[in-house]
Design a protein around this ligand. Structure first.
Ligand code: 8YV
Length: 329
């Protein structure tokens, strides 16, 4: 079958449900989407002229589904050009990239992929904490660069017996706390309210938690409610022997203040998996020897990304077949 615009459709496409994909999410999942749906790739037109974008959306007035990642999300102006939109399926647990208020105003369902990545991200937070305290990347470089031939590497900091403050005690924060217990540390947390089911000390004031902590692990959701939550004041309270670990969102930390406090050694070091303007990382952070950097990979194991993809696909399939969504936000 060939459409009037000259766009060639293969016979089985005629039976496929249309969906708009905002960004590529994961090769295996992207492949599965194309095997089962007619995918319209917004990321190929997002930098094109307004006329090209209008033409893209013009043929999608019937389209009910958007697939995206939690961090890239989908904003109101895009959703507004999809009058039939009823589902935004996110690959990822954080949905700070989605204009949730707009989605709610149009009764557009939003799904994400919680639980399947909790343990992976918590493992990575512990790995980043240990890498930062024990300077494991620096140790690797020390050997590779031949520095060991000139003498021993400087001593590092132990995790044993540390006071660990966790910012955000949701699924991931609690999984991090469970892992920390194995290292003989003391635990406390900050969040919107205390959780009566938890035995850890609760600090209503974040700066007080930071002052108590040897290491502060940021595990809260991103979005407007937590933007800049880890402020200069909080990081100053963490102090010159303190370490900041962020596996949350770059938006949660005042990144310029972090850079300045690291440069002046007002905090001892940091382990960062997320940044204010990914994938762009300030050269000032890249140049610092007492910072461990990672490219937003906390959930990025083969196994976990496959599980996230399956859950994304299952949410879309549930919507298409009129069944209850598995993981609505
Ligand atoms: C996502 C994440 O995979 O789950 C989240 O919120 O940050 C990651 O695990 C990322 O948003 C897109 O790759």
């Amino acid at each position: 079958m060939v459409q009037a615009q000259g766009e060639r459709l293969f016979m089985n496409d005629v039976k496929k449900t249309d969906l708009v994909q905002i960004v590529p999410v994961h090769q295996e999942t992207d492949d599965q989407l194309r095997a089962h749906y007619r995918v319209h790739e917004y990321f190929r037109v997002k930098d094109q002229s307004p006329e090209m974008q209008a033409a893209f959306f013009k043929k999608l007035e019937h389209c009910e589904i958007v697939v995206t990642t939690g961090s890239a999300g989908v904003k109101a102006p895009i959703m507004a050009q999809l009058p039939s939109l009823r589902l935004v399926a996110c690959f990822g647990v954080g949905v700070d990239g989605v204009d949730l208020a707009y989605a709610r105003s149009r009764a557009i369902a939003v799904t994400n992929t919680p639980d399947v990545l909790t343990d992976e991200v918590a493992d990575f937070a512990i790995a980043l904490l240990l890498a930062s305290l024990r300077q494991i990347p620096q140790a690797d470089r020390f050997v590779r660069e031949g520095a060991w031939l000139k003498g021993p590497m400087p001593l590092t900091r132990s995790l044993q017996g540390q006071r660990i403050g966790i910012v955000g005690m949701g699924r991931i924060g609690q999984a991090i706390a469970r892992r920390c217990e194995a290292f003989g540390v003391r635990l406390a947390y900050h969040g919107p309210r205390p959780k009566t089911t938890l035995a850890y000390a609760y600090y209503e004031r974040l700066a007080e938690l930071a002052q108590w902590s040897d290491s502060l692990i940021v595990a809260c959701p991103g979005g407007p409610a937590t933007a800049g939550l880890i402020s200069r004041e909080v990081m100053q309270a963490l102090g010159p022997k303190g370490y900041l670990i962020n596996i949350s969102r770059g938006s949660v930390v005042d990144q310029q203040a972090l850079i300045e406090l690291l440069q002046s050694h007002a905090i001892a070091g940091a382990g960062l998996d997320v940044f204010a303007d990914e994938p762009h990382v300030p050269q000032a952070l890249v140049a610092m020897p007492h910072v461990v950097l990672a490219p937003h990979v906390a959930s990025a194991s083969q196994e976990t990304r496959s599980a996230m993809g399956r859950l994304t696909l299952d949410n879309v399939a549930a919507f298409v077949s009129g069944k209850p969504l598995l993981t609505s936000v």
